[in-house]
Design a protein around this ligand. Sequence first.
Ligand code: FES
Ligand code: FES
Length: 161
Amino acid sequence: MDSDFHDITLSVNGKQYQRRVESRLLLSDFIRHDLALAGTHVGCEHGVCGACTVLLDGDSARACLMFAVQADGRGVETVESLGRIGQMNALQESFHEHHALQCGFCTPGMLMTATDLLRKYPLATDDDIRKGLSGNLCRCTGYEHIVKAIRAVVDKGHQRP
Ligand code: FES
Ligand code: FES
């Protein structure tokens, strides 16, 4: 086999995939182009904006800072795992109700980071939420609404994602 290519097996949103990938292929490009899961956005491509955030074995990770081969044998969750139009989960509903998106470019990354936070931490204060989101940038500067949306999920005792 050409050493620039690798056979990988991974789970994405609970589905198993086997693919042959180039060594240099970024995980973000693999998810978007090879798997056609375009909900994961790509902004800066150098780890600054958080738009490409996915969960890797349950922990948030920048898909633009990883190669697809590094996800071999692991479990990835993308924004498509949360819900869909007509079947949104509580976090997505809350983003909708609290106007927590404007252009929506940062939204997949915000939702995946928030999912990680809601699973792991009590988020007792808004500061806890802000600190948790500090690695995600919103160019539309809608931060207050995003914090309110996550706060509402915590306060209303909705089922956490
Ligand atoms: S696209 Fe990955 S952090 Fe900006
Ligand atoms: S809603 Fe536009 S970048 Fe956040």
